[in-house]
Design a protein around this ligand. Structure first.
Ligand code: GRF
Length: 202
């Protein structure tokens, strides 16, 4: 299967996908990495790994629809089976999301539906929850609310700082994202009538 990864920054989840592929654990062709920010560190990492890396500056477009149109055109040039959002920090228009329905996934640093949006670790600490985590989900027009594919939970410890909690969760992100993409690549995962279908035995 062919995948395209969209990033905006560090790209550690992208790196986890590249590492899984390199280890022979992820049967995909990473056709391209696309960033909306020219300074995304992940762009260099992708290039070093020999992956085609593009950037499309959202600031160069009049509005969201125009940017999303250019992004879709770039993505479609690689004919991906799956589009993987990995720290892509732009809200996508409904038209864009519908175009890739069932083949657009995201990773979010909370146990959805708790804590959609930004600053999830800080908010989890403020709320005093004892369990926090991360979620891979299919993307739907409702921000951070798509059908859940896989989640990982971690304990929140008494002396946790935001950074400590973020690091504990990031380790889990790097485990569950390759797992979700592997299921998709092996045809074990699909979206059917708005619900996640995972092949028996998973
Ligand atoms: C991750 O925590 C991801 O869950 C969130 O943004 C962060 C991206 O990190 N959506 P990276 O760019 O993959 O290192």
């Amino acid at each position: 299967k062919n995948i395209v990864i969209l990033i905006s920054g560090r790209g550690s989840n992208m790196e986890a996908l590249i590492a899984a592929r390199d280890a022979g654990n992820l049967p995909v062709n990473i056709a391209a990495v696309i960033s909306n920010r020219p300074d995304a560190k992940g762009l260099e990492t992708a290039q070093r790994a020999g992956i085609e890396a593009h950037f499309i500056d959202h600031k160069a477009f009049a509005g969201r629809e125009a940017f999303d149109g250019a992004l879709a055109e770039c993505i479609d040039g690689f004919a991906p089976d799956l589009v993987v959002l990995a720290g892509f920090m732009r809200i996508l228009s409904e038209g864009f999301v519908r175009r890739y329905e069932g083949r657009l996934i995201n990773i979010h640093p909370s146990l959805l539906p708790s804590f959609p949006g930004l600053h999830t670790h800080q908010r989890a600490l403020e709320e005093g929850v004892r369990i926090h985590g991360c979620t891979v989900h299919f993307v739907t027009p409702a921000l951070d609310h798509g059908p859940v594919i896989i989640q990982a939970a971690v304990p929140v410890l008494d002396d946790d700082t935001e950074a400590m909690l973020a690091a504990r969760i990031l380790t889990q992100e790097h485990r569950i994202y390759p797992q979700a993409v592997r299921w998709f690549a092996e045809d074990k995962l699909r979206l059917e009538n708005g619900r996640v279908r995972l092949a028996a035995g998973q």
